[in-house]
Design a protein around this ligand. Structure first.
Ligand SMILES: Nc1ncnc2c1ncn2[C@@H]1O[C@H](COP(=O)(O)OP(=O)(O)OP(=O)(O)O)[C@@H](O)[C@H]1O
Ligand SMILES: [Mg+2]
Length: 511
C-alpha cells in the first residue's frame, strides 16, 4: 500500500452538488484522491458514481462545490480540458476512434513529426513501445474496431500513458473482461500506482475491489457515506453501507442449482449440430422446461456466438433446431420472438435500448413486437406490466416516465431485462444479464430468474462470474476456442473444479 495521508491530494472535491430534473444526483459530496493510491468509488446503481466522475472530468458542470486539482481550483468545461490537465478517463464503453488504427488512437495529437509532417513510421513505433509496456502485443496498424473491448480498454490506457496522466479514472473497466484480462489490467494499474499515478476505480465486482484498492469511498443516494482504508472495511460492512441494510442471504438461492429437472419429456429447445463456419463448431444443446443451463468459458470461447445462433441474431450454416419437438427455423430475432424466445444481449446499446424513450416505452417495446404492431396494447394493460417489472427488478428511479438515457448504467440493464421478461417467454437467453449491476440488485435478479424457472421457464444463462453460474444453473455447458467441450451437472462440481475444467478438460495431461 503506497498511499499515505501525508501526500498532498492530487484531487480534492468539496461539497459537490449536481441536480437533474427531479433527481438530486450528488448532494454535497466530498472526495479526495491521492497520488499513488487506487481509490474505489462504491455504491448501488444510481448512487452517483459516474456523475461524480463526470463532475471531475468536465462532462457535467456542478451546481455547487469546489474542485481542486494539483493545488489549483479548476472547473473543466470539457473532457478534453480535463485530459489536458492530466486526468484521463476510461469508460466501459470505450471512448476512442473506432475507425482509426490502434497506433493512431494511442498517439493521437502526440504523433512524432518531421518538418511539421507526421512521421507515421515513428508514430507506430512509439505506439508499439507503449503497448509493449502494457504487455500488449498487437499490430499498431490494425484497426481499433477489429479488437475486443478488453483490448480496446488497454489501448485507452496506453493512450493515458502517452498523455502522462497524473490521474487515471476507470469507470467499470472490467465488466467485459475475463479473469486473465482482469489480472493483466491489474498488473498495469499496480505499475502505474507505483509510479505515483492516482487511480479512481469503479466496479461492482467486490473481489476485484478488495484485490486492487487502497481506499474506498462509499456513496448512497447521491450522498457521501464514508471514506475508509480497505483494511478497515470488511466486505459485509461495505455492502451494508452501500445498500443501507444487510444483504439478504444469498445462500437461499443455492436451491435453484440443486433442483431436480425432469429431462424425460420434450425439451423446450433442442439444437443439434448448430454451427457456423469460422464462428462456432457444431454444438448440441438441450434445455428442458424449468431448467437453467449455464454457459461457461473464457471471453471469446464461443458462448455469445452459440446463443446468437439460438435466437437468430446470426444464421447457422449447419445443424438444426427443434422447439417443443417441432423443427423450427430461427433465422432472425423476429422468428425468435414468434417462438417465444427472449434474449438480453451483452451489449445493451447495440441491442436497442432506446435512450430517448421512457422506461415504460422501452419495456413495452418487447411486448408490442410480440403482439404485432397492428393491435396496440391497452394503456391499463401496459401500465400494469410496466409497474410490475419496475417493482420486481427495482429500477431506480422507479418512474416509468424517466428517459432511459438518463438512467445509471445498471438501471438501464434492468430495463432491458424487464423488456424481455415482459414478453412472457418460454425460453429466456441471458448474456451477462447482471453486468454492471450492484450486489443488491444482482441478488434480486438471480432470485427472479430462479423463481421464473421454478415456474417452468427454460433459461440459457451466460455469466463470466462462475459463482453466479453455479448458483443458478442446474447444468453447465463449457465452451473453449469456439467449441463446446462438455457438460457438467452443477451438483457435481465446485468453483475450483469448474475453473479447472474450463482451462484443462480435454487438453490431455495439462498441468
Ligand atoms: N444526464 C442525466 N439526466 C438526468 N438524470 C441523470 C443524468 N445522469 C445521471 N442521472 C441520474 O443521477 C443519478 C446517479 O446516476 P449515476 O449514473 O451517477 O449512477 P452510478 O452510481 O454510476 O450507477 P451505476 O452503478 O448504475 O453505473 C441516477 O438517479 C441517474 O438516473
Ligand atoms: Mg455508472
Amino acid at each position: 500500500m503506497t498511499a499515505d495521508n501525508d501526500v498532498p491530494p492530487i484531487v480534492e472535491m468539496r461539497g459537490i452538488t449536481i441536480r437533474f430534473p427531479g433527481v438530486l444526483a450528488l448532494d454535497g459530496v466530498d472526495f479526495t484522491l491521492r497520488p499513488g493510491e487506487v481509490h474505489s468509488l462504491m455504491g448501488e446503481n444510481g448512487a452517483g458514481k459516474s456523475t461524480l466522475i463526470k463532475a471531475l472530468t468536465g462532462v457535467y458542470s456542478i451546481d455547487s462545490g469546489t474542485i481542486v486539482v494539483g493545488g489549483e481550483r479548476r472547473a473543466f468545461a470539457t473532457a478534453a480540458d480535463a485530459q489536458e490537465a492530466g486526468i484521463s478517463t476510461v469508460y466501459q464503453e470505450v471512448n476512442l476512434c473506432e475507425n482509426l488504427t490502434v497506433g493512431e488512437n494511442v498517439m493521437l495529437g502526440h504523433e512524432p513529426r518531421v518538418g511539421g509532417v507526421i512521421d507515421w513510421r515513428a508514430t507506430h513505433e512509439a505506439a508499439t513501445h507503449h503497448l509493449d509496456s502494457l504487455g500488449l502485443r498487437i499490430d499498431p496498424r490494425s484497426r481499433l474496431s477489429s479488437h475486443s473491448i478488453a483490448i480496446q480498454q488497454l489501448v485507452a490506457i496506453s493512450r493515458a500513458m502517452v498523455l502522462e496522466s497524473k490521474v487515471l479514472v476507470l469507470d467499470e473497466p472490467t465488466s467485459s473482461l475475463d479473469r486473465g484480462e482482469v489480472e493483466r489490467l491489474f498488473d498495469v494499474i499496480r505499475g502505474l500506482r507505483d509510479k505515483g499515478v492516482a487511480i479512481l476505480f469503479v466496479s461492482h465486482f467486490l473481489e476485484q475491489v478488495y484485490e486492487i484498492s487502497d481506499r474506498i469511498t462509499v456513496l448512497r443516494n447521491g450522498a457521501l457515506v464514508g471514506e475508509h482504508p480497505i483494511a478497515e472495511l470488511p466486505r459485509d460492512a461495505l455492502v451494508t453501507k452501500m445498500i443501507g441494510r444487510e444483504l439478504d442471504d444469498l445462500a437461499t438461492l443455492s436451491s435453484s442449482a440443486h433442483r431436480d429437472i425432469d429431462r424425460t419429456g420434450t425439451p423446450v429447445v433442442k439444437a443439434s449440430g448448430l454451427g457456423k463456419r469460422g464462428i462456432l463448431e457444431p454444438a448440441d444443446l438441450e434445455v428442458y422446461p424449468g431448467e437453467v443451463v449455464g454457459l461457461a468459458g473464457l471471453l471469446g470461447s464461443g458462448r455469445t456466438e452459440l446463443v446468437r445462433l439460438l435466437y437468430g441474431a446470426d444464421r447457422a450454416d449447419e445443424g438444426s433446431m427443434e422447439i417443443h419437438g417441432q423443427h423450427a427455423k430461427v433465422h432472425s430475432p423476429r422468428h425468435a420472438i414468434d417462438h417465444r424466445i427472449a434474449f438480453s444481449s451483452e451489449n445493451r446499446r447495440e441491442e436497442g435500448l432506446v435512450p430517448d424513450l421512457t422506461v415504460a416505452e422501452n419495456i413495452v417495446l418487447g411486448m408490442q413486437a410480440r403482439q404485432g404492431w397492428v393491435r396496440r396494447l391497452g394503456k391499463a394493460e401496459s401500465d400494469a406490466v410496466v409497474h410490475g417489472w419496475i417493482e420486481a427488478l427495482g429500477v431506480r428511479p422507479a418512474n416509468p416516465h424517466a428517459l432511459v438515457g438518463n438512467l445509471s448504467g445498471g438501471n438501464q440493464q434492468k430495463v432491458l431485462l424487464a423488456r424481455w421478461l415482459a414478453t412472457a417467454p418460454e425460453l429466456l437467453v441471458l448474456d451477462e444479464p447482471t453486468r454492471g449491476i450492484d450486489v443488491g440488485a444482482k441478488a434480486d435478479i438471480q432470485r427472479k430468474v430462479s423463481e421464473l424457472s421454478a415456474d417452468g421457464l427454460a433459461v440459457v444463462f451466460i455469466s463470466s462470474e462462475l459463482e453466479e453460474v453455479l448458483r443458478l444453473a442446474q447444468r453447465i455447458a463449457v465452451m473453449r476456442d469456439r467449441r463446446k467441450i462438455g457438460e457438467l451437472e452443477s451438483a457435481d462440481v465446485d468453483i475450483d473444479g469448474l475453473i479447472d475444467y474450463i482451462a484443462n478438460e480435454g487438453e490431455g495431461s495439462a498441468a
